[in-house]
Each structure stands twice: as C-alpha cells, then as structure tokens.
Design a binder for this molecule. Sequence first.
Ligand code: SF4
Ligand code: SF4
Length: 83
Amino acid sequence: MAKGTIWIDSERCKGCDLCPTVCPQNIILMDNDSLNGKGYHSAMLADPENVCTGCAICAMICPDVCITVFRETRAPRSSAIPA
Ligand code: SF4
Ligand code: SF4
C-alpha cells in the first residue's frame, strides 16, 4: 500500500472536525489540549505507526485548504527487455 503523510496548517484550521471523520486510517485527531491563534482546537496528525496512505481524502474535505498531502514516490519497476 502507498505511504504518505500530511501537514496540517494548525493556524488556518477552524476546528470544524470534518477531516477526522473521513480518514480511513483514523489518524487525525482534534487537539483538545491547545488553541490556535484564532481560538480553535485544530486538527492534528497522530500516526506513530506511519499508516497514512496519502489518499488525500482529508485534504479534499477540508473547507479551508489547511492540509497538505505528501506521498512516497516509488522508483519505476525495471522490466526485462527481450533480446
Ligand atoms: S491522506 Fe488519507 S490516510 Fe492520510 S491522514 Fe489524510 S485521509 Fe488519512
Ligand atoms: S477539515 Fe480543515 S478546518 Fe476542519 S478540522 Fe480538519 S484541518 Fe481543520
């Protein structure tokens, strides 16, 4: 399965709680222990086992474009070329 990760711009986040509901890996949480500069509990990534697939559903659902997705690039497969 593809590997990925995300970066959440916590200062832009308005704490709408949408992205945690759509992540298939359940690795986005709301940071209930702190507030950002706007006074919201922002979303945060909690992925200690690196299970993010880079599917980007979280980024697509975010109404404020707070989430950047990074995906692992794979080297192209070498294929045998018949002589
Ligand atoms: S890219 Fe996919 S797996 Fe990774 S945090 Fe976003 S929704 Fe979850
Ligand atoms: S969808 Fe966007 S604005 Fe809403 S909690 Fe997630 S990062 Fe924050």
